[in-house]
Design a protein around this ligand. Structure first.
Ligand code: FAD
Length: 388
């Protein structure tokens, strides 16, 4: 199949700076040379390709928008382009980078003490430490205000009890940002993996995001020093602020997965002969391709505007929800359509399409489901909360 060389129907590249284009081509090359050759087998085995972690750190991907602490200090469009390129390979690779950057480094940077920032940010940027983020619980997903994990103050310590479910990087991580209630208020805590009473268990039988570590975290009288509290936290808005950062990157990443599926379907349709003609010559196939290309062009334009607004600090919570909701759902539809165009080959892991399709089912659910983002946008439009 012809090598992927980008897809830019609306000349979105003219909206990007030379620096932004340069970083994109660097990450694209990394994906072509180092990620794609590994991903198929890792997906089949259900393992995360850990050999990619250090090279990703060397590319400045982790905490890319943070100034100082060994981070790249890039703008938000650069960060988005990085996520787009990573997810063109696999949503699991982008998920790893999103969690490390937005759900671990961001809360430490935004809500941590100077000591916590100096201690953790450089080692997370260089991937000397790997992090995970525990908000979801077995009984609280879309409704995180109900979480029941507790952190009880006892002398100079907090004692954690509870369980976190569906935690990306949970078993790989050496540090977790754990959200727990202390006196009924949600706070963030830095919990090192080697603390007694902290256990991570991989979740088995996962049929989506297979090249990603997804685990359960269990805290049984897990004692941590009081200084592990993120002092700037106190209320549900703080974990939600972290999710908002990650959702921004997901909106970009989803278009990467969509581009991979579109490219695969377009090239396949030009080569596959049925009824003595390439299947690309049938009007039904062309409609499918035209629909896919249109949605990708729209998603790309949305992402650039999202990034520019974010850099100007004008981006609202609901605008991010709109982009996450739409770009992921469109990417999922594109992946499903592409799978159909490939016929029986569409179910084979020899082609990337079904892997992306299965991954995007998770991406549509995590960091706020499609429905939850519908309610966030609906609330902003009407001023009426329809959550409960
Ligand atoms: C692969 C993967 C990785 C993940 N990684 C992490 C992680 O690193 N850290 C973390 O904390 N969490 C993580 N999650 C959890 C994820 O964020 C939750 O799965 C998600 O928030 C949805 O919660 P739930 O699965 O409990 O579904 P539920 O909240 O039980 O929702 C079930 C269904 O009900 C719908 N629904 C719920 N409330 C409403 C409503 N008010 N109105 C209409 N419909 C509603 C939902 O849209 C959904 O369709 C991950 C999940 C997956 C699948």
């Amino acid at each position: 199949m012809k090598r992927f060389d980008g897809f830019d129907y609306m000349h979105v590249d003219t909206l990007l700076t030379e620096e932004e284009l340069l970083v994109r081509s660097t990450v694209r090359r990394f994906v072509e040379e180092e990620v794609l050759p590994l991903i198929k087998d890792n997906y089949e085995r259900g393992t995360f390709p850990e050999d990619l972690i250090k090279p990703m750190a060397e590319l400045g991907i982790f905490g890319a928008t943070i100034q100082g602490y060994g981070c790249a200090g890039e703008n938000n469009v650069v960060y988005g382009l990085m996520m787009q390129e990573l997810e063109r390979a696999d949503s699991g690779i982008r998920s790893f980078a999103s969690v490390q950057s937005c759900l671990v480094m961001y809360p430490i940077h935004a809500f941590g003490s100077d000591e916590q920032k100096n201690r953790w940010l450089p080692r997370l940027a260089s991937a000397e430490s790997i992090g995970c983020y525990g908000l979801t619980e077995p009984d609280y997903g879309s409704d995180p205000g109900g979480i029941i994990t507790t952190a009880v103050r006892d002398g100079d310590d907090y004692v954690l009890n509870g369980a976190k479910m569906w935690i990306t990087n949970g078993s790989l991580a050496d540090v977790a940002i754990v959200w727990a209630k202390s006196d009924g208020i949600v706070h963030g805590f830095i919990v090192e993996k080697d603390r007694a009473g902290f256990e991570a268990r991989k979740i088995p039988y996962k049929l989506s995001l297979r090249a990603s570590d997804t685990s359960e975290l269990i805290f049984s009288d897990c004692r941590i020093p009081k200084d592990n509290l993120l002092p700037g936290t106190g209320g549900l808005k703080h974990p939600l602020m972290c999710l908002n950062q990650a959702r921004y990157g997901i909106a970009w990443g989803a278009m990467g997965a969509a581009m991979a599926c579109f490219h695969g379907a377009l090239e396949y349709s030009k080569e596959r002969i049925q009824f003595n003609k390439p299947i690309a010559s049938f009007q039904i196939t062309q409609k499918k391709l035209a629909d896919m290309a249109t949605e990708i062009a729209l998603g790309q334009l949305l992402n650039v505007q999202l990034g520019r607004l974010k850099d100007q600090r004008k981006l609202s919570f609901a605008q991010v929800s709109m982009a996450k909701r739409n770009n992921v759902r469109k990417a999922l539809e594109i992946a499903r359509t592409a799978r159909g165009i490939l016929g029986a080959n569409g179910i084979s892991g020899e082609y990337p399409v079904i892997r992306h399709m299965c991954n995007l089912e998770s991406v549509d659910t995590y960091e706020g489901t499609y429905d939850v983002h519908t309610l966030i946008v609906g609330r902003e439009l009407t001023g009426i909360d329809a959550f409960a």
